[in-house]
Design a protein around this ligand. Structure first.
Ligand code: BES
Ligand code: MN
Ligand code: MN
Length: 461
């Protein structure tokens, strides 16, 4: 215990330096989805690799079909071995004009509640969270000379693009990823005081639909009323996706979706998450989605469908009387339980095609999907991690479901046969994927301390 106290103390006294390191990482605009930033993704991988090399990890930067991964090893024969996974890529920053400060100029600001926050794209998702683990390793090595367990670190650069290329890389490198358990820091706390272990993630299916009608843009005076308008065709497809009760209308969509047992629903009801508490902070109050379900069900245990973007016709200043030739939309589905993204791809495409007139064309692009994940409650490492979190935060850690997705977690189970502990320190108001993303200084600091405690606890197992 004396050793752990020294490590925790080192984390406290080194906080300023840890922030400088995180800021250097945050300054690199590693946006994975935009090919223009591919060089910066590489730069982020290289930055991390040099940091891990300096800590004594045997580190390499390795190619995948998209952006490179960073792989770092520090074996410890005879001790348990953990695989830590995270991502160095970030989401695009648009709309840029809504940022109060430039997204890649990280800094500390007051959070307006007496605390401080780290502001910048990636602060919470996921560079800040990745660095909580790296900083815990740094303090451990500095104070103790070695880590309490064997550690492999795998940080990828395409998570925000559906982890494109990563499952293939993991399958090809199975034997280098051997571990007892996977650790991931890419999820949130229950609230600012209560740590959480996430026990389920929703899956994802993502499509793009491009409708083409006439072979050119048309003057809407010459053709309006006679020629088909692709924006209308597309809008009808999107509108048809939900019925008036908020249910998705694609045939077979709810196959594989299970109802939660009555006692779970009762317990959720007791948490008091109302439409007001969920929607109030984002400026809304009327619940949308499936009628008659609690908000917590809607975002954790029920599937959903959203149009994520729509493009067509004239969107510039002023007016233009035009019937566009094409219109397109991006549409995604969050999946739960046993819903199969491949089957959905077939039924979605059929649903779309049935709504396109015979003289028009439609292209349906299917991006890589992932199934929902639910983690076992009897993992041997779970109790140790919970106890470590309680030691740090002073209150018991809760187990929660999450509505987001981390596609590779299912592959870790399928390919490596290993379960994952999802432990993160993000907060609901971190604005991940949005302008003005932040990570509370407390999340970063106590998150780092939490990992030191978790590593110590796992090392004893
Ligand atoms: N870190 C998030 C996922 C997340 C956030 C899970 C909070 C649980 C709680 C991750 O980076 C993310 O945004 N995933 C994407 C995956 C997609 C691009 C394939 C998502 O969920 O949209
Ligand atoms: Mn993330
Ligand atoms: Mn994300």
């Amino acid at each position: 215990m004396a050793a752990l106290d020294a490590i925790l103390n080192d984390i406290d006294t080194d906080l300023e330096n840890a922030l400088e390191r995180l800021f250097a990482f945050l300054r690199i605009p590693s946006i994975s989805t935009d090919p223009a930033y591919a060089g910066h993704c590489r730069e982020a991988a290289a930055w991390l690799a040099q940091d891990l090399t300096a800590l004594g990890f045997d580190t390499s930067v390795e190619e995948t079909s998209l952006h490179p991964v960073v792989l770092a090893h520090k074996p410890k024969p005879g001790a348990p071995h953990v695989l830590f996974y995270g991502h160095y890529d970030v989401q695009p920053v648009d709309p840029l004009d809504l940022w109060k400060t430039p997204p890649f100029e990280p800094h500390i600001a007051n959070d307006g509640q007496g605390g401080k926050k780290i502001v910048g794209r990636g602060a919470s998702d996921d560079k800040g969270q990745v660095m909580t683990f790296v900083e815990a390793c740094r303090a451990y090595i500095a104070m103790h000379g070695e880590l309490p367990c064997g550690v492999t670190i795998l940080i990828e650069g395409a998570e925000e693009s559906g982890s494109q290329g990563l499952p293939e890389w993991v399958a090809a490198n199975r034997e280098r990823l051997g571990c007892d358990v996977v650790l991931v820091c890419d999820t949130g706390m229950w609230d600012r005081k209560t740590p959480a272990i996430t026990s389920s993630l929703r899956g994802l299916a993502y499509f793009e639909v491009k409708v083409t009608c006439a072979d050119r843009d048309l003057h809407s005076g010459f053709f309006g009323g006679a020629a088909r308008n692709p924006i209308h065709v597309l809008a009808k497809i999107i509108a048809d996706l939900h019925d008036s009760d908020g249910r998705v209308t694609i045939p077979g969509f709810y196959e594989g979706v299970h109802e939660r047992p009555a006692e779970v629903l009762e317990q959720w009801r007791g948490l008091g998450l109302t439409p007001e508490t969920l929607l109030g902070p984002i400026g809304l109050k009327e619940p949308a989605g499936e009628r008659g379900r609690m908000p917590i069900e809607l975002v954790q245990s029920r599937p959903s469908c959203d149009a994520n973007g729509i493009i067509g016709g004239y969107t510039g200043e002023g007016t233009k009387t035009v019937i566009a030739s094409t219109a397109s939309a991006k549409v995604s589905f969050r999946l739960v339980d046993d819903q199969d993204p491949k089957r959905l791809a077939e039924s979605f495409e059929a649903f779309v095609r049935a709504r396109v007139p015979s003289d028009c064309q439609v292209e349906v692009i299917t991006y890589k999907g992932s199934r929902a994940i639910s983690l076992p409650f009897d993992m041997p490492q779970l109790e140790a991690a919970k106890a470590a979190l309680q030691d740090e935060w002073g209150v018991p850690a809760v187990t929660v479901g999450a509505g987001g997705s981390i596609p590779i977690v299912g592959d870790f189970k399928r390919i490596l046969g290993r379960d994952t502990l999802l432990i993160g320190f993000g907060l609901d108001d971190d604005r991940i994927h949005s302008p003005n993303e932040k990570y509370d200084l407390t999340s970063f600091h106590k998150g780092t301390r939490s990992w030191a405690r978790i590593l110590a606890a796992l090392g004893q197992g």
